[in-house]
Write a protein that binds this ligand. Structure first.
Ligand code: PGA
Length: 252
């Protein structure tokens, strides 16, 4: 067995719930979170819930086996940046992870690869772990540019991290084809495997690669077992506790 296969086998799977801008009340957030926390007790994977930042406060979530993540940060440390939150603020709340570069941030909030790189560096400097999202659009895929896009996103997104002696192993890459997100049109296991294999050639071997995009309990296990993913990034299905718990179980 080569070193690469060896290190990947010993990695814990990482299952991330991305609640996006849901739900609309603390009460619902707490109900969903409590059900997930109770349902994943004894699970071997690391389970991370990323709610809207207003729900990250401990009074909503309390202690438990589930780890908390933010959905975004700004790349400056503090100051006159109305509406933004810093990596240090998340760290101080006891949050462990932050998602950076989600396709919705790229599309609706104008985040470029360069901005994403600044955010990743800031998050790592503050001691947060990063779920770095990448993925091609339908147009890019149809034009045969998928690998080119993935390579650009990774190269710029992770630029200078090792030079700055930041812990690159604290980044996990979430491969999310944009056309598969929220559409019910999940990427086939074969195509996901090809993309994950390609991504692995571009990154150090101790970085996890997750799959995201219309993950449901009836397709989730295959991404881990057959496509070689080290975990999953789950959007819509993560707001339905029974479904999300089944997804977590399928990765065991
Ligand atoms: P989805 O979202 O599971 O609803 O497709 C995934 C994501 O946006 O991270």
């Amino acid at each position: 067995m080569n070193l690469l296969a060896c290190s990947q086998i010993h990695m814990k799977n990482l299952i991330v719930a991305n609640w996006k801008m849901n739900p609309n009340s603390q009460k619902e957030a707490k109900e969903i979170f409590d059900a997930i926390r109770d349902g994943v007790k004894g699970i071997k994977s690391e389970v991370v819930v990323c709610p809207p930042s207003v729900y990250l406060y401990a009074s909503v979530f309390g202690e438990g086996v589930v780890v908390m993540g933010g959905q975004n940060i700004y790349f400056e440390e503090k100051g006159a940046f109305t509406g933004e939150i810093s990596a240090e603020m998340l760290k101080d709340l006891g949050v462990e992870y932050v998602m950076i570069g989600h396709s919705e941030r790229r599309k609706y909030f104008g985040e470029t690869d360069e901005i994403i790189n600044k955010k990743i560096k800031k998050a790592l400097e503050a001691g947060l772990k990063v779920i770095f999202c990448i993925g091609e659009t339908a147009e890019e895929r149809d034009a045969g540019k998928k690998n080119e896009v993935l390579e650009r996103q990774i190269k710029i997104g992770l630029r200078d991290i090792e030079n700055l002696k930041l812990k690159i192993e604290n980044c996990a890459i979430a491969y999310e084809p944009v056309w598969a997100i929220g559409t019910g049109n999940n990427c086939s296991v074969e195509e996901t495997k090809e993309s994950i294999d390609y991504i692995r050639k571009l990154i150090p071997e101790n970085i996890k690669v997750l799959y995201g995009g219309s993950v449901k309990s009836d397709n989730s296990g295959a991404y881990i077992k057959d496509a070689g993913a080290n975990g999953l990034l789950v959007g819509g299905a993560s707001l339905i506790p029974e479904e999300f718990i089944k997804i977590v179980e399928s990765a065991e």
